[in-house]
Write a protein that binds this ligand. Sequence first.
Ligand code: SF4
Length: 485
Amino acid sequence: MSEADLTNDWILAETPDRPEEACGVFGAYAPGEDVARLTYFGLHALQHRGQESAGIAVADGHTLTVNKDLGLVPQVFKESDLTTLVGHVAIGHTRYSTTGSSSRWENAQPMVSSIGPTTIALAHNGNLVNTVDLRDKMKGKGFRFRSTTDSEVIASLVDYFTQQENSMRAGIRETMKRISGAYAVVLMSEEALYAFRDPYGVRPLVLGRLGEGWVVASETCGLDIIGAKYVRDIAPGEMVKIGSEGLESQQAVPAQKPSLCMFEFIYFARPDSVMYDCTLYEARSRMGEAMARSAPVEADMVIGVPDSGVPAAVGFARESGIPFGEGLVKNRYVGRTFISPTESLRQQGIRLKLNPLRHVIEGKRLIVTDDSIVRGNTSRKLVALLRDAGAVEVHMRITSPPVKWPCFYGIDTDTQEQLIGAVKTVEEVREFIGADSLAYLSIEDMVAATGAPHEDYCLACFNGDYPVDIPDSVKAGKLSLESIG
Ligand code: SF4
């Protein structure tokens, strides 16, 4: 998300042993409603997409006010804050940061800027791949930047082209022609709400209806929490404007091959969200069923690693006839391990997050479903934790293929040489994590579980087929292996 993600800072950054989402966005145009409160609850539902900072901007037709800070949504906003955010249009943002340098207030969103007498606020999920190039060119033309985010590059381009074209929609359209990568953006002026999505549709963005008002959100769970009705996805390359004249849509840039991030299905999105007409819970439980067919094993119980591994365990148990059990309890409010940046603290990470139920798993041969293995350290600790708690066998079943390629589209994975699936065989990974057996789901079975065709996804972290071209200078920072077996 930040420019630093595209430089060596990214490589040096401590990252958690799991891909991490980069942000959640929300927007509301609803005259007569308390849009600040709608946005607050929308952000609550999207909290899993980012926990470093939260922000809400609200406008009443004349004045645009923003409140944002580092922290979780309920830490940033008090009742008194929401009371002062009055208006009919609002946007909100939850941010996950991938580098220490991004723990800065300036990088929190929404980002506010001015276009002549008009004030705009912008919030962004995703990652541009041509940020460095654009920033260099723009700096050469006298642009100044306050933050290190690619979101500021988008805001600056919108400012510039809106003034050139004398139209916000034309300004956004010209911006979309120049930016490359993954983006789902909500933007507001004092009067109207805009939402636009990259031509590949890598990051999700949905449109909902709330009475006479409109809502946009990264996931449908952001609509559900406020009682908004899902209308449709914002299409790849589409821009919508919602104002006093209602909703106006245009295909701002030509749509390309749809490339929704497969990790939304595997792990990022909440299980109650719907993508491609499929509940994530159902997709994950079908992945578990497929896993039971492709890699059966004799065992006494199937457990899932909370939260995303649990639906797969339910599916595995359903298909295999082996009982499902709850063998791990999650410490829900401890936060994600990215708050423990040193290796020694990270050693404690899994015990901070997961507690085994000894009386459930003692003496049992366990099948354990989890969504992915990135570096392998977490899986290794998990297997040790279960053995310590009395499991006699631990059979890991991973409901995605080996992660072999880094992500350039706003997901915090490691460099390629840190991805255990890129440097070790399945048997070597099994040995490293200390499991009795290990199996991954095939790409075909994983995609089939979602009900949408293979062509509709980005699968680059599994197969290296990047839908949006990555400049060599950006690739060089994360791709360090000559070839992959
Ligand atoms: S590379 Fe992987 S994590 Fe990144 S957008 Fe594609 S599927 Fe998602």
